[in-house]
Design a protein around this ligand. Sequence first.
Ligand code: MN
Length: 416
Amino acid sequence: MSDLKRSWLESANAPETDFPLNNLPYGVFSVDDGDLRCGVAIGDRIVDATGLEAAGHLRPDPDAYVLDAPNWNDFMELGPVAWYAYRQVLSMMLAEGADDHVQDIITTFSVPMAKATLHMPFKVAEYTDFYAGRHHATNVGTMFRGPENALPPNWLHMPIGYNGRASSVVVSGTDIRRPWGQLKAPNADTPVFAPSKRFDIELELGAIVGTPSDGPLTVDQAFENIFGYVLLNDWSARDIQAWEYQPLGPFQAKATATTISPWIVTAAALKPFRTATPPREKPLLPHLADTTPMNHDIALSVTLNGEQIAQTNSNELYYSSAQQLAHHASAGGPMRVGDLLGSGTISGPEKRNRGSLLELSWGGKEPLETASGPRSFIEDNDTLALHGASHGDGYRIGFGPCTGRVMPAAEHPFAP
Ligand code: MN
């Protein structure tokens, strides 16, 4: 028996759609250069949530307009009870058997997805990137420091992270410029300032904080505070990174851009796909210990110019997003609505499971054979895309692609 929740909108019942009634992800769209509006994806259409609110048909908060921003931050601010109620009502309006009158309202306040341009679904308050994938950390550590020192001594005790820049986060479809930076060959005495030659992707899951906090959180509280998830590509200049990363971690190597997929897939939609973290090699301290399954079974893949070059699963993450958030809050710092937590690259045990070109080409030593030619790192005009979906019985919870094309480096005003 299928677990698909059937909709009167036939395209939402197609087995291959990313957006069945079970999903209902939140985004921001525009049509024909019109206003940006909050929208909900269903089948091949987008429900105009801002329009429904303005017309009084579906208001998340009876006392204030929260979908006119246009982003989902004010809605997230309402908290889990409002999130639940809104999802329930919208679900009923779209479900098979809804009144003709309700169907007419939805038809009026929706547009074909093919006609829409998608924008950033939320305002990123702050952006943090973790390093919570064990296979990735082991692979990169082996390349940078040798197999004996691959995992730093702290790695099995806490999710390692760094503070990134919210301003660098862009929505899928945004072109990416190859960055300039300081590069130093291992045998050179001095660095040069030049366009990166080792520009790369990182296949990650992004978690969005929906409930703010001001002090330490348990892992359970942290899990409850996460509103939803996006795919996240942490564009990384490996040559800049290798020269700059000690002693304070990545900086300009990660400052070019971070691309996210356009739809916030809610924690509620992913509930049937919760799964445990991998076995612990060393027990975690109590404040980070696992309580219930908080990872998710999301099949992930990477394409280069349309050709699949890697596939993995978010269940490979050694630390769940909830554990990342609990660690983030553990020293007492406040977390805000719209904080974005990148998971770190998600690789798996096999070569084909590697979520970065650095790992796939083993630092450029084993170039990948692709239909576009051999690739150690990204070439100009390559389009890289991340894909993700959880597969239920008779339906899938898709994220929509997380895509970016890499444009040649611009003329740099201070280039030598
Ligand atoms: Mn990263």
